[in-house]
Design a protein around this ligand. Structure first.
Ligand code: URA
Ligand code: SF4
Length: 194
């Protein structure tokens, strides 16, 4: 993308902070857009902001976020340089319910702008909502995780959502945490081999 169109995309994305395109706007405190580097090779997409994110305006800053950051660091990513982190919807759903299909659809143009801006080589989809938002498939994460998919010429890796790992903290071989470490390692290897 040229510098001019990058700037225009970035400006368009700024307007997300005052978006009222779906009813989540009525209950949110803050629109949570992203953290990390807009020029990163890796984009991580989660579900939606939680309470902490809604209060701070930053994605993945609660317990799930700590778990995500730990995994990314463990496999060797520099969080400031290598990763751009965002969500399928930018406003917190009341009581942290799952976003509705209509909300995912309403918020999709913002996600598309983010994809244009960052142009990531690899996308990690954290949890079933992100998988549904991007790949438009529904399914159990146990089946979907760890298998490379291709979407718009990008490599896509579905992984368990970090909140699932918090509910299943066993670090035994073959447990969700162990499998997710392997998935993030595969992502890291792919980006190191290019
Ligand atoms: N869970 C998500 O999916 N995203 C966040 O930003 C925080 C928790
Ligand atoms: Fe707009 Fe997305 Fe927030 Fe809905 S969730 S108000 S579409 S930014």
């Amino acid at each position: 993308m040229s510098d001019t169109s990058r700037l225009m995309t970035d400006e368009a994305l700024q307007r997300c902070s005052s978006c009222t395109d779906c009813s989540l706007a009525e209950t949110r405190q803050t629109v949570v857009i992203a953290r990390g580097n807009t020029e990163a090779p890796l984009m991580v997409i989660g579900e939606a902001p939680g309470a902490r994110e809604d209060a701070t305006g930053q994605p993945f800053v609660g317990r799930s976020g700590l778990a995500l950051d730990r995994l990314l660091k463990e496999v060797g990513f520099d969080l400031e340089r290598d990763v751009y982190i965002c969500n399928a919807v930018k406003c917190r759903p009341p009581k942290n319910r799952r976003p509705k299909r209509s909300e995912l659809a309403a918020c999709r143009p913002w996600l598309d702008l983010q994809l244009d801006l960052v142009n990531p080589e690899v996308i990690v989809l954290a949890g079933a909502t992100a998988v549904e938002a991007i790949l438009q498939i529904k399914g159990g994460m146990s089946q979907l995780r760890g298998r490379w998919q291709s979407w718009n010429q990008r490599a896509v890796m579905p992984v368990f959502h970090p909140s699932y790992l918090l509910r299943n903290p066993s670090s035994d071989p073959g447990a969700p945490l162990d499998l997710t470490r392997a998935d993030f390692s595969a992502v890291r290897r792919r980006l190191c081999e290019r």
